[in-house]
Design a binder for this molecule. Sequence first.
Ligand code: PMP
Length: 436
Amino acid sequence: MVYEVKNNMLFTHSFEEVFPCGHSNNSPAMAQRIFQSRAEGSRIWDIDDNEYIDYTGALGPNILGHCHPKLTAGLKAYLDQKSVCTGASFLFSEDDVHLGRKIIKHVPCAEQVKLCVTGSEAVQQALRLARAYTQRPYYLKFGGHYHGWIDSIFGGEPNPEKDVKPFPVFDKRTNTKGKSPGSYAEGLMVPWGDLEKLKDTLESYGSDIAVMIMEPVCNGGTLLPVEGLLEEIRQLCNHYGVLLCFDEVITGFRTSLGGAQQTFGVVPDLCTLGKALGGGMPISAVAGRADILNQFRDAAVMGQGTFNGNPFCVKSALETISILEQDNGAAFSHMEHVQRELMIGLDRVARDKGIPMRVQGPTGVFATFFGADPDKPLQYSVDLETVDHQLMLKFHKSSLEKGVYTLFGRWFPSVVHTQKDTVQALEVFEDVLSGL
Ligand code: PMP
């Protein structure tokens, strides 16, 4: 295959004139834009007819790959019969009930559910619920954990000074102009993995902390929690009366049907879901204890939104979960198997080529960290200092040109990736590494 991007280049120019830096501008480094002509299964084709194995998973949602026949059939049948928008407050369908029941069945903490549209919104709803329930002002978050783009929780880094209230401080990497000046005082921030600092913070400010929010597998689902850490955090929350919220926007319906809370056996009070939940359509949720969610009942806690529970998105989520749960979760077992073979293969190739690289991640997402010791698990944000970001970028670009599409070394498998994809991806990987 000759990689050519003639039409892609043409459209990139026009696109940039209209849309400054794309629709989501968190990766300005992604200078190479792909304009798709079609997609099927694990593959996409661009308008220059280059074919790619797609491991980007659209950053998480595409757990079923592209154009999954059952999902497509379900959505087409829906479009033939029903309205795609019915009004979040007054007109529903039986799909709503079926979807809610499925979330409650699979997600351990879920006794009740609230639907929203994006992960960022679900996080905001969770914070509001927690503040209302505890009547405490702050949330607590960890360095290197992402919870959406909204001012109240976006960015900052832990304050290195001792004996100050640990509000996040300015951080160049996650800074944005235009952020509300008051937003840095809405929550406390602790370095991820610093248990002493966490305990000190809880001892000093615990009675003011409504909720501890965290990614159970942080750094976008790639740094697995150290054994016993989630359990210890759960106990600390119990002790200080702080609610625990797992942000499972990435891990939900990806690490397992019940998310990371099921995988690791630690049940939070609340969780947020998004991305894979909708199989590609925009739908998110807050789920958790009924006594907390019940605060929506008399609108004491407001949770409105025109597109909340949009019926077409609900249908997509319902079909997605139904496909994932078929035959006792056979799709997940398949994904797990294919992912494991791929991870083992990538590790072997890098070792053979003498390139330091660590491969790690739970089911449904993993990373190839170039520059890192292959035998040493990366656990905390500071461990990422060994990662060679230039090499990650070079790898991304070069593998893209050879038909393997990852996100700078982050891989999102789907239930339709095959052994054939693995063989081809490993051939490309070997080729790319020879040129690095
Ligand atoms: N939480 C986590 C853990 C996420 O990874 C993301 C998105 N990457 C969000 C929240 C925000 O979700 P959204 O982009 O749908 O607003």
